[in-house]
Design a protein around this ligand. Structure first.
Ligand code: SF4
Length: 319
């Protein structure tokens, strides 16, 4: 199947996560969740930065080291071997492919691919800090700050998994909209479909985006697009907790006031409250909200909160 016929979302991934034996020790770090489940919706664009800068498999291990030239990727047994610039430069070489991505799944704890809380060593060997980032991952995140990024290890955590997959789907839809040269009213329409998904994550961003769109008429299209995307993806990065989701569910419930009888309303109120208390997962009240879709106004039916990701992934079963 050619790239243009493949409707899956393009997502970057560290190659070892797909089971390829490209690690420094000749092994891999297969993520079954990525390979077997997410791959039904994500078309992977895999990268092994260390192999792509010409290093062999196997190869000597490297680590992040705090030096007077900043954080560097150095070979552990020979710190004259510095791979930082080559790894960082790879992001420039691969920019045509990176620009098309709607997400990136990195391998954790790698001096090239680690995206969060990497150990940075002092030249004498002890740990200097734990806020490092792999040299390739850092470049990708600097160049594409709105790109949804996650580490495979963190995808084992249900709320982080739900958050990342939702972000990829939202970002893909946003990019799709931009490809169609949208007018301001199209952005407002996009926002109206995503507002409760956003509200669940951040009331602050929900308000800021509302204000931004209220003065959309005074902004150039380029400014509006840039500010909207930045705020949207920043808000979506927040993980929706029970309080945020409950708030969003209650807003949705408000649209059903006139169409449900008192018994149905009481059942819905009780399920949302059970969710709030942690007695049932998000899928329970949401299933009931979806059940009433046909009775609800059009605005309600278009809300992404009802189905932000494929139900086969079961992401709302665990949050
Ligand atoms: S973590 Fe990155 S650089 Fe290391 S083997 Fe995996 S893909 Fe290659």
């Amino acid at each position: 199947m050619s790239e243009s016929q493949d409707l899956r979302i393009p997502v970057g991934i560290s190659r070892c996560l797909l089971g390829e034996e490209v690690r420094y020790n000749g092994g891999h770090k297969l993520s079954r969740f990525c390979r077997d489940q997410l791959s039904k919706w994500f078309r992977y664009v895999d990268t092994c930065p260390e192999v792509e800068i010409g290093l062999p498999v196997p190869r000597k291990a490297m680590r992040l080291v705090a030096t007077d030239r900043g954080t560097r990727v150095l070979q552990i047994d020979d710190d004259s071997k510095d791979f930082t610039d080559a790894l960082a430069g790879l992001a420039e070489q691969k920019k045509d492919s990176l620009e098309r991505l709607c997400g990136f799944i990195f391998m954790q704890k790698s001096p090239s691919c680690g995206a969060f809380r990497m150990k940075v060593y002092h030249p004498k060997g002890h740990i200097d800090s734990t806020d490092g980032r792999g040299a390739f991952a850092e470049q990708v995140m600097l160049r594409y700050p709105n790109l949804p990024v996650e580490e495979a290890g963190r995808l084992m955590d249900a709320p982080l998994r739900e958050n990342f997959v939702t972000r990829v789907f939202v970002y893909q839809e946003w990019r799709e909209l931009l490809r169609c040269e949208p007018r301001k009213k199209d952005i407002i329409e996009f926002h109206s479909r995503h507002k409760y998904l956003l509200l669940a994550r951040s009331q602050r961003h929900y308000k800021l985006l509302g204000r931004l769109l209220a003065r959309a008429g005074n902004l150039s299209m380029a400014t509006l697009v840039q500010r909207y995307e930045t705020l949207l993806m920043d808000g979506m990065r927040r993980v929706a907790g029970r309080a945020g989701n409950t708030n969003a569910l209650q807003h949705m419930q408000g649209y059903l006031k006139k169409v449900l009888n008192s018994e149905q309303k009481a059942e819905l109120v009780q399920l949302i409250d059970s969710y709030r208390k942690g007695e049932v997962p998000m899928i329970v009240p949401l299933t009931l909200l979806r059940h009433y879709e046909s009775l609800a106004p059009d605005y309600y039916r278009r809300q992404k909160l009802l189905a932000p990701h494929p139900k086969e992934l079961g992401l709302y079963n665990e949050v």
